[in-house]
Design a protein around this ligand. Structure first.
Ligand code: NAP
Length: 444
């Protein structure tokens, strides 16, 4: 008998789980369900708009979607349109690939001041995620602070300082590009609470900053250690050594006439967001390692003036159907990928917000192995059950053909020959394009 599996979330983790199941389970049927009408999750709305090469992985995902055993149900909200229990009753196994969409907060006084955003919201806005199209950050500012020394902070800073020519082949909405380009922004500060050797930037991404055409880069403090400190594991040691070499180069990067300045400020920990109506600055305490290697405040602080503050300090799994989170509130509570009998998790909701797109392959393989060992076909209706529930509730979903049409419309609407597409940023516009109207109470 056929094993019927629903995968909730069609980002990389969802697709790699589908791929692994197709390879390991003869006769499996897989339904990929997404809250949005569009597939690809963070590849579409998280990967930076100027990193189009990274987005080519969607070609692999499209091949998976084209498998006759796989169907796509876009614009179906588990928890709103149908409950997780109803889904579990229809499928032999349900795999949650719902990511970690909630921003971690700074947790310091003033972190809810106007024009302070988490990276999920800010990146979602400039990447055209429908949840954030009306975020409307005020870019009429001369200085921005980006908190965090990971790749997301680097993406945000890069997108804020690249020139129009450097962004021409991106898929950022033209109106948002114009707002960034026309902003009086002069300084972008990237704040790290530790030093250059401890920064989590991937080396190729950091090295990209040496190519910026319209921004000079500075380091505060300016000195770069000769070598990484002892005590890092071998992988971090290699990355740190390469990053230190790039930082040395970045210290002297000054293209003639550069409009903007990117300043890496190390050894600074955010302690207070300043501003009444809107953010005017960030108070940051200087830090150092104590004799036991713990990060401690060094006793001095400074105020970095800024009119826009973005924290890029990590994410948390969503609240879904009352499922428990682990004690640190970041991942779904699970045991080796199993949340409950027949209910599994993969990707960021399983392991936390770490790793590249390919890291999800291992999660997919692991969940396929577990499902193979634990789940047997029980005659549950699978997609037929899902469709009858949705139809009874007047819920119209977007299938793979619908996505093809949205994709074609976006490509046809590209602002220039270089730009790959102009994204739909409102769900209502996507549904109108497909001539689908939805009669559920939830807002489209
Ligand atoms: P990340 O790599 O974990 O970096 C988070 C940063 O936030 C770290 O520098 C961390 O500092 C800092 N931080 C955490 N809490 C803080 C606080 N309270 N105050 C100040 N700083 C704080 O996370 P990410 O940048 O969000 O990226 C998520 C994952 O996606 C990563 O695995 C990343 O590599 C991946 N990604 C990859 C790419 C790419 O390959 N191009 C692009 C984007 C994202 P500490 O180190 O001191 O904890």
């Amino acid at each position: 008998m056929t094993i019927r599996v629903a995968i909730v979330g069609s980002g990389p983790a969802g697709f790699y789980a589908a791929d692994a199941l197709l390879r390991s389970e003869a006769g499996v049927r897989i339904d990929l369900i997404d809250r949005l009408p569009t597939p690809f999750g963070l590849v579409r709305s998280g990967v930076a708009p100027d990193h189009q090469k990274t987005k080519r992985i969607t070609q692999v995902f499209l091949r998976i979607l084209a498998d006759p055993a796989v169907r796509f149900y876009g614009h179906v909200d588990i928890g709103a349109d149908i409950s997780l229990d109803e889904l579990r009753a229809s499928y032999d196994a349900v795999v949650l690939a719902v990511g970690a969409p909630r921003d971690r907060r700074l947790g310091i006084p003033g972190d809810d001041t106007n024009n302070v955003f988490g990276s999920g919201a800010f990146v979602g806005w400039y990447n055209g995620h429908p949840d954030f199209h009306d975020l409307d950050p005020n870019l009429d500012v001369s200085s921005t602070v980006v908190v965090g020394n990971g790749n997301v902070a680097l993406d945000i800073a890069r997108v804020l300082v690249k020139s129009p020519a450097e962004m021409a082949s991106s898929d950022m909405a033209p109106a948002i590009q114009r707002r960034i380009q026309e902003s009086p922004l002069r300084e972008v500060h990237i704040l790290g609470r530790r030093g250059p050797a401890q920064a989590k930037f991937s080396n190729p991404e950091l090295a990209e900053m040496t190519q910026l055409a319209d921004a000079r880069t500075e380091l505060v403090p300016p000195d770069v250690p000769d070598a990484p400190p002892d005590g890092l594991d071998a992988r971090d040691q290699r990355r740190a050594a390469k990053n230190l070499a790039v930082f040395r180069e970045l210290a002297g990067h000054a293209p003639p006439g550069a409009r903007r300045c990117l300043r890496f400020r190390f050894w600074r920990k955010p302690v207070e967001v300043l501003g009444e109506e809107t953010v005017t600055g960030l108070r940051a305490a200087e830090t150092r390692f104590d004799a036991d290697g713990r990060l401690v405040e060094a006793g001095r602080s400074e105020v970095i003036p800024c009119g826009l503050l973005i924290s890029a300090i990590g994410y948390r799994a969503p609240e879904l159907a009352g499922l428990a989170l682990d004690p640190d509130g970041v991942r779904l509570a699970h045991e080796e990928g199993r949340v409950a009998p027949g209910l599994y998790c993969v990707g960021w909701c399983r392991r936390g917000p770490t790793g590249t797109i390919g890291t999800n392959k291992a999660d997919g393989d692991a969940v396929a192995r577990r499902i193979g060992a634990e789940v047997t076909a029980s005659g549950k209706p699978g997609g037929a059950g899902l469709e009858s529930l949705l139809t009874a509730r007047g819920v119209r979903w977007v299938d793979a053909k619908g996505w093809d049409r949205l994709d074609a419309a976006e490509r046809a609407a590209a602002a220039s020959e270089e730009a790959p597409r102009r994204k739909f940023v409102r769900i209502a516009d996507m549904l109108a394009e497909l001539d689908l109207s939805k009669q559920t109470s939830r807002e489209s």
